[in-house]
Design a protein around this ligand. Structure first.
Ligand code: MN
Ligand code: MN
Length: 362
């Protein structure tokens, strides 16, 4: 961990409130895992497994390059959009769709190295109309909302299931609105939360199998997923296969990115899951060392800040204690969309009720 920032080995010197113990290892692991998976996978994004083998043998180091011509350790939209979402939540002390859309719009203004078509279209629409919830569209089942879901998993840790669902859908719908993708994204949020709380691979498998049972497109037990595209079903097929075929963070990440395709995003999603499961100390030092210090620093700061404000820890940051209590109190069926924890109070407009998939409970 010391190498991440070139700071003291003392965790107290890292930014953000300390969480302590196992939760700290896992929360930091999730955010740093996301960034390392993104940076590792980006080199081989859009390559086939065969092209990767011919070029790198096995791709296992953060070296930059790829179609985006990245610097070693540079991250892409997966990490950048997560940080924009997390920043918006921390600034407001709540998940507010309008603030999230503004954060994404600010990010797009900075001419990011990559941006998905669905995301770009949604941000343009937000600028033109102020809309913060996309209309439902099957074509939006891309992985662009799932890849940035980590701040929601951290901030709603310990919240009732209905609140977690509403939060997951609210952040997703700013740019993507598809029942199929909503189900997959919510499952990833739950997997990360289960791992943060100490769940092992058997517990995580219950969640993935429940998803596959409800939506058979998410079955991942048949042929090996290679060259996964941006369709979330394919992305998660590769992620789940690699997660359960390995038993270390490094082996899982190497396995998934060498499948090619949307490798920065499979890397990012498996990175957040694997980091929560195995802890920050399981992330290879040679990968952490490569991350850009400003990015690593913000990942650590957000991981700590978001969990500190979650219902699990009582949301004990000033006014936020009240918000977190609202989230805890929100009754399923009537409450979560009114929760100040999510919407920041009256008048922020969470839009019409979510489709049935958002109420889906494994
Ligand atoms: Mn990307
Ligand atoms: Mn990608």
């Amino acid at each position: 961990m010391s190498a991440v920032l070139g700071l003291s080995t003392n965790l107290r010197r890292l930014p953000g409130p300390r969480l302590g113990g196992d939760l700290e290892r896992r929360a930091l692991g999730a955010y740093l895992g996301l960034a390392t998976g993104d940076a590792l996978g980006a080199t081989v994004e859009l390559m086939t497994p065969r092209e990767i083998r011919e070029t790198y043998g096995e791709h296992r180091d953060i070296i930059g390059g790829g179609w985006l011509r990245l610097r070693p350790g540079q991250v892409t939209d997966d990490t950048q959009m997560s940080l924009a979402l997390g920043r918006s939540i921390l600034e407001r002390g709540a998940l507010q769709p309008r603030a999230v859309a503004e954060a994404f719009s600010d990010w797009m203004r900075q001419k990011p190295v990559d941006i998905g078509h669905t995301v770009r279209r949604a941000i343009v629409a937000f600028r033109e109309t102020g809309s913060t919830e996309r209309p439902p569209r099957d074509g939006d089942a891309g992985n662009g909302a799932c890849m940035r879901c980590l701040p929601v998993a951290l901030f709603t840790l310990g919240a009732p299931p209905a609140v977690v669902e509403a939060a997951s859908c609210a952040q997703a719908h700013v740019t993507h609105h598809s029942p199929v993708a909503d189900a997959g994204t919510l499952t990833v949020v739950r997997i990360v939360q289960s791992a943060l709380l100490g769940g092992g691979r058997a517990e995580l498998r219950v969640l993935t199998e429940s998803l596959a049972a409800r939506e058979t497109r998410y079955r991942y037990d048949r042929r090996r997923t290679e060259n996964p595209g941006a369709y979330l079903v394919e992305t998660l097929g590769a992620v789940f296969q690699s997660l359960f075929a390995t038993n270390t963070f490094e082996a899982a990440l190497v396995d998934v990115v060498n499948r090619g395709g949307d490798a920065d995003t499979t890397g990012a999603i498996l990175g957040m899951i694997g980091g929560a499961l195995y802890g920050a100390d399981a992330i290879p030092e040679r990968w952490l060392r490569r991350l850009e210090p400003a990015v690593a620093r913000e990942c650590i700061e957000q991981a700590r800040g978001l969990v500190a404000r979650s219902p699990l820890l009582g949301g004990s940051q000033g006014d936020h204690a009240t918000s977190a209590q609202h989230a805890m109190d929100a009754a399923p069926g009537q409450g979560p969309r009114r929760s100040s924890h999510l919407a920041g109070g009256a008048g922020t407009g969470m839009g019409p009720p979510h489709p049935a998939w958002c109420g889906f409970t494994p």
